[in-house]
Design a protein around this ligand. Structure first.
Ligand SMILES: *[C@@H]1O[C@H](CO)[C@@H](O)[C@H](O)[C@H]1NC(C)=O
Ligand SMILES: *[C@@H]1O[C@H](CO)[C@@H](O)[C@H](O)[C@H]1NC(C)=O
Ligand SMILES: *[C@@H]1O[C@H](CO)[C@@H](O)[C@H](O)[C@H]1NC(C)=O
Ligand SMILES: *[C@@H]1O[C@H](CO)[C@@H](O)[C@H](O)[C@H]1NC(C)=O
Ligand SMILES: *[C@@H]1O[C@H](CO)[C@@H](O)[C@H](O)[C@H]1NC(C)=O
Ligand SMILES: *[C@@H]1O[C@H](CO)[C@@H](O)[C@H](O)[C@H]1NC(C)=O
Ligand SMILES: *[C@@H]1O[C@H](CO)[C@@H](O)[C@H](O)[C@H]1NC(C)=O
Ligand SMILES: *[C@@H]1O[C@H](CO)[C@@H](O)[C@H](O)[C@H]1NC(C)=O
Length: 364
């Protein structure tokens, strides 16, 4: 379905055979296509049911003939406004307004301390709806899950029913968004594309499956672990292999490269990083470490951005060597803004005062 003008909650078609909820995409293929004036946004998602009735009255408009796409990225945030979550939210609202951002990405750990209990959990209102109130943030929020979300009832966050409480919310374990950017009004001018792949990293972390920790996580809905990981890797590999996009971004919760408290995750360096490199993914954006970082190493083409400063921050950057490729690292709260056009992608970090801390432009 292609609608020429103003999204935002998309028309949805569902197709393909369905199967258990245990597969990455639930075995269901749901085609979600929005044609915004900047182009086409399409998405393959998993959902236990059609999202067709999740549309609500509140549809923000997007200015016509945009040649660029821009969005904010925040992670590790849901604390009912505490620990400067509200301050960060206000600055996101301000910067989002200035940049005309079209959506928000959440890198996970959406609701502390243990995700949501059910679809009527009041935490959803106190930590999301009541906090991100600025008009520029009244757009779709594309969220992945973090380890704290897995401590609760994950299916509540993934549920279509929760969308009736706040239409902006869109959380799936893994999904893909395709964007096309236009430069000019003729159809032929819409030839710059961005594909974004949202990836569920939590099941990959070995520590969470140890006898001491496994009972803290709710793995309901996943396939047996090895099968689950393979399914996700295959799905990502296939999506990237099929993509001919100008730009490719992968979003996950856990760090691959980081000099924060958690550091690098060997599991992801081993299993996920080779795929990002093979298919020339431009950037991997994550949360989990509660700080802001940009890493670009000599031995990799992937830019690593950590945006995990949505609320409580921890001091604790590790000492690092030149080899670790740290371009920017800052303890403290904040968020990332990304702007993409046909020639470049730019990434800027902002702090709780709305000041730009760092900016990086990636050219073609
Ligand atoms: C994005 O495009 C709009 C309109 O096409 C323009 O006004 C704005 O300056 C651009 N923003 C950036 C960051 O390039
Ligand atoms: C909130 O941000 C201010 C300004 O950076 C900082 O001084 C304060 O410690 C922060 N509060 C918390 C709880 O992180
Ligand atoms: C949903 O979760 C909240 C928070 O844990 C709890 O207070 C409430 O009783 C639960 N509601 C239902 C219907 O289970
Ligand atoms: C785990 O998730 C399932 C499915 O969402 C839910 O029924 C169950 O109550 C959850 N268990 C805990 C301990 O939260
Ligand atoms: C858009 O097209 C104009 C005119 O052809 C050109 O000057 C400009 O650089 C293009 N912008 C992008 C982002 O490609
Ligand atoms: C994209 O479209 C612009 C405007 O029509 C054109 O100048 C440019 O060559 C095209 N680029 C590619 C890669 O097709
Ligand atoms: C990419 O897709 C092509 C065509 O389907 C296939 O031949 C090739 O093996 C795939 N490559 C990888 C690395 O998956
Ligand atoms: C997104 O792009 C991929 C190719 O990169 C394509 O296979 C898929 O059909 C597209 N999805 C939608 C909904 O257009």
């Amino acid at each position: 379905m292609v609608n020429d003008r103003t999204p935002l909650l998309p028309q949805v078609q569902q197709s393909g055979a369905s199967s258990r909820i245990s597969t990455v995409f639930n075995g269901k293929r749901i085609l979600l296509v929005v044609c915004v004036s900047i182009g086409i946004l399409g998405l393959w998602i998993c959902s236990p049911r059609s999202m067709a009735n999740t549309t609500t009255s509140s549809k923000p408009t997007i200015a016509a003939n945009r040649e660029n796409l821009s969005f904010l990225v925040v992670g590790d945030w849901g604390r009912e406004g505490l620990y400067n979550q509200t301050l960060v939210a206000q600055q996101m609202g301000k910067i989002g307004g200035e940049l005309g951002t079209q959506f928000v990405v959440s890198t996970g750990d959406n609701f502390y301390n243990s995700g949501l209990s059910n679809v009527s959990d009041p935490t959803f209102t106190y930590s999301f709806t009541d906090v991100y109130t600025a008009s520029s943030l009244q757009t779709t929020w594309y969220a992945v899950l973090g380890n704290h979300d897995y401590k609760g009832n994950v299916l509540a966050q993934l549920s279509d029913d929760i969308v009736t409480r706040d239409w902006r919310w869109f959380c799936r374990r893994s999904f893909q968004l395709n964007f096309t950017m236009c430069n000019g009004s003729s159809a032929g001018s819409c030839n710059a594309t961005l594909d974004m792949f949202f990836f569920d990293t939590t099941p990959f972390i070995d520590e969470y499956w140890t006898p001491e920790k496994i009972s803290k996580f709710n793995w309901t809905g996943l396939a047996p672990r090895e099968e689950q990981l393979q399914l996700q890797l295959d799905e990502l590999r296939e999506g990237l292999n099929t993509s001919s996009a100008t730009w490719k971004i992968v979003v996950g919760h856990h760090t691959i490269r980081s000099v924060g408290n958690h550091g690098d995750y060997a599991e992801l360096v081993e299993k996920l990083l080779p795929i990002l490199e093979e298919f020339k993914v431009n950037a991997y954006i994550n949360g989990h470490d509660h700080n802001l970082q940009h890493i670009l190493r000599q031995d990799s083409t992937v830019n690593f951005f950590t945006s995990g400063g949505g609320s409580k921050s921890y001091a604790g950057l590790q000492a690092y060597t030149e080899e670790q490729g740290v371009r920017f690292a800052r303890d403290g709260q904040g968020f990332l803004a990304v702007t993409v056009d046909s020639d470049s992608m730019s990434f800027s970090f902002y702090d709780v005062f709305g000041d730009e801390l760092y900016s990086f432009v990636l050219g073609k």
